[in-house]
Design a protein around this ligand. Structure first.
Ligand SMILES: CC(=O)N[C@H]1[C@@H](OP(=O)(O)OP(=O)(O)OC[C@H]2O[C@@H](n3ccc(=O)[nH]c3=O)[C@H](O)[C@@H]2O)O[C@H](CO)[C@@H](O)[C@@H]1O[C@H](C)C(=O)N[C@@H](C)C(=O)N[C@H](CCC(=O)O)C(=O)O
Ligand SMILES: Nc1ncnc2c1ncn2[C@@H]1O[C@H](COP(=O)(O)OP(=O)(O)OP(=O)(O)O)[C@@H](O)[C@H]1O
Length: 559
């Protein structure tokens, strides 16, 4: 067991070097504010957070769940902010206490994207790929990124695990950064001459305007199943928030996976040109077998999906006779959906590049197909490492760390790790996040009982909530599901996650499988505002060592 260590928050992302200055008066006009006598003041950057302000910035002070940004305006000014943009409450709070102009406007959050785009200058003509959906955003953007690189492009990536501006890795704090950071990052990428960028678009991003004034060349939809209902109120609200991506405000065209009913609705209601993709999976319900036929009327269809070692091979058929033979080395049938979506998003962008009109598109199909097939065959781009997603840590028992942290992902991850060997058992370790959708906790408990033989419930990120109460919610669902079973599952509870992982290994035999779910790549756990070092992969490896079980040498499950 390792000591708990305080971990520092990542630093703020880089800013473009060559952007110019914008007059405060121009910014004020855009935001519906009045810069008065300070209209000529030069502003060179913007930040929503006093802790990331650089000299010359506009500090945008927004109301938050814990505080009003106005409370941090003085720190922002000390860091070099030359002006503050805020709402009525902020102007009232600040009065004339600051030595810099304070501009009031009716909706500073609504203005932030446009202001940041104006200051940083946008992504230029660098193609942008945006992926949304409950599960699969990170993996799909990694796949898009990897495929674009296989096609010879230099690329940028923005997402949960990391941000890549070309080869420079930048730590990531959110799935989708705040809009001032998004615009700064896109401008950095454009400035460095990158050939394309892909990014994850979370529902929080859409709800809080983090991608305002960003228009994706291709927006992709993975699936919609239960999560984040604390923010959205219900699935209808969650859907409506995601749907904002599929409008001309945010996308030129879209690729929508229509495996679940929400995807089919999205395809029908999107107000941009849509290509549909059917992969034969059923999000939110029982896992479809490889032979399940995809809806025949989708534009792009997965067929002949089959296991290849732990990964899969499949065929992808598209409009105008497009055909691709595809491989992914990542475990889980859901990764076929992610690979297919990534491929179709890139294919649609290449076809759009061929020029407007159906004839141009049809003519372009053979060339695009050849380029993509060559990239697939030469580089195997869908066998890229996605940290903490189906990551193999041990081989006998098979020990896997995965990021599944909602019911559908957990269900699918449990299906993916189940060995066909008779008598082998699956042991799952997981918990639920505090201060987030509490309704999913008992459902995850029930899903675990359904898919695993031994269920070990522990803490995820409790945040400010009582960890024992969170575990009790999960346990209640697990116990209830267990009551209905002829042969009950073994269910245990541990407060310390490291202890839970140790216990899973203690219970495992060499033919069993351990799935440690929910935290994936994360290297610290947040407990009451304090970040504590905790990496599931490290804990799992050390427990395997303790019991003399072999560690995996490759990070992926080999056939
Ligand atoms: C629910 C939510 O999205 N909260 C975000 C929000 O926090 P908040 O409303 O509590 O902010 P606050 O602490 O009250 O502060 C108010 C304002 O003062 C500013 N401030 C605060 C402190 C300070 O020292 N200086 C300062 O300027 C803050 O930047 C903020 O603008 O504004 C903060 C600053 O931008 C964000 O860090 C914070 O994200 C938190 C960390 C978070 O966990 N968000 C998650 C839920 C999230 O957004 N997740 C999605 C992915 C979901 C998924 O698909 O799994 C994501 O895109 O990452
Ligand atoms: N297409 C999919 N359908 C269902 N589950 C998936 C899919 N892709 C991945 N998963 C599961 O969801 C987990 C998270 O995957 P990934 O990080 O790619 O999704 P995400 O949408 O980025 O999640 P988050 O926004 O929470 O970071 C994986 O570890 C896996 O268990």
């Amino acid at each position: 067991m390792r000591d708990r260590v305080l971990v520092e928050q990542p630093a703020h992302p880089p800013r473009p070097v060559h952007h110019g200055a914008v007059a405060l008066g121009t910014i004020a006009a855009l935001a519906g504010a009045d810069a008065g006598a300070s209209a000529d003041m030069a502003v060179t950057g913007a930040s929503l957070d006093s802790r990331t302000v650089l000299p010359g910035d506009l500090y945008i002070a927004l109301p938050g769940a814990h505080a009003h940004g106005a409370a941090f305006a003085a720190s922002a000014v000390s860091a070099g902010a030359v002006a503050v943009l805020t709402d009525d409450a902020g102007t009232r709070q600040l009065g004339d206490a600051l030595p810099v102009p304070v501009l009031g406007c009716p909706d500073p959050r609504g203005a932030t994207g446009a202001v940041a785009a104006l200051i940083y200058g946008g992504a230029g003509d660098m193609p942008l790929f945006g992926v949304t959906g409950t599960n699969g955003k990170t993996t799909t953007t990694y796949f898009v990124n990897s495929l674009l690189r296989a096609l010879g492009k230099t690329t940028g990536l923005i997402g949960t695990i990391e941000i890549l501006a070309g080869d420079e890795p930048i730590p990531s704090k959110l799935t989708t950064p705040e809009s001032t950071d998004v615009h700064a990052l896109l401008a950095v990428m454009a400035e460095r001459g990158l050939g394309a960028a892909s990014m994850e678009v979370s529902s929080h991003a859409l709800a809080f305007g983090r991608v305002d004034s960003v228009v994706f060349d291709v927006a992709g939809f993975t699936n919609l199943t239960q999560d984040h209902l604390d923010l959205h109120g219900g699935m209808g609200g969650y859907y409506a928030t995601k749907a904002r991506l599929f409008t001309p405000e945010h996308a030129k065209r879209a690729v929508v996976t229509v495996d679940d009913p929400w995807g089919r609705r999205m395809a029908a209601e999107a107000t941009v040109p849509v290509r549909t993709l059917a992969t034969g999976q059923q999000a939110g319900t029982d896992q479809a077998g490889p032979d399940q036929a995809a809806p025949a009327d989708a534009d792009w269809r997965v067929s002949r999906m089959r296991r290849d070692g732990i990964g899969s091979r499949f065929e992808l058929h598209g409009p105008d006779g497009a055909f691709l033979a595809v491989h992914t080395g990542l475990a889980g049938d859901f990764n076929v959906s992610n690979a297919a979506l990534a491929l179709v998003m890139v294919a649609e962008q290449l076809l759009a590049d061929a020029g407007p009109g159906a004839a141009a598109r049809t003519d372009a199909v053979p060339a695009v197909q050849t380029a993509l097939q060559e990239a697939l065959d030469t580089h195997d781009p869908f066998t890229v490492d996605v940290p903490g997603r189906m990551q193999l840590v041990g081989t006998a028992p098979v020990a896997v760390v995965d990021f599944a942290h909602n019911p559908d992902a957990l269900k699918r991850a449990l299906v993916a790790v189940r060995s066909p060997e008779a008598g082998s058992q699956v042991i799952v370790v997981f918990g639920a996040t505090g201060e987030r959708d509490a309704t999913k906790r008992p459902i995850m408990g029930a899903v675990a009982v359904e898919g695993a033989d031994v269920v070990i419930i522990t803490d995820d990120d409790p945040h400010d909530e009582d960890p024992a109460a969170i575990r009790a919610d999960v346990l209640q669902g697990a116990v209830q599901a267990n009551e209905g079973r002829a042969r009950g599952r073994r269910i245990e509870e541990f407060d310390r996650r490291a202890d839970a992982i140790f216990r899973a290994v203690e219970l495992a035999g060499p033919g069993d499988t351990i799935l440690v779910a929910g935290r994936g790549h994360e290297v610290h756990q947040e407990v009451k505002g304090v970040n504590v070092a905790l990496d599931d992969r490290v804990e799992l490896r050390s427990a395997l060592d303790h019991f003399g079980f072999p560690a995996a040498t490759a990070s992926r499950i080999e056939s």
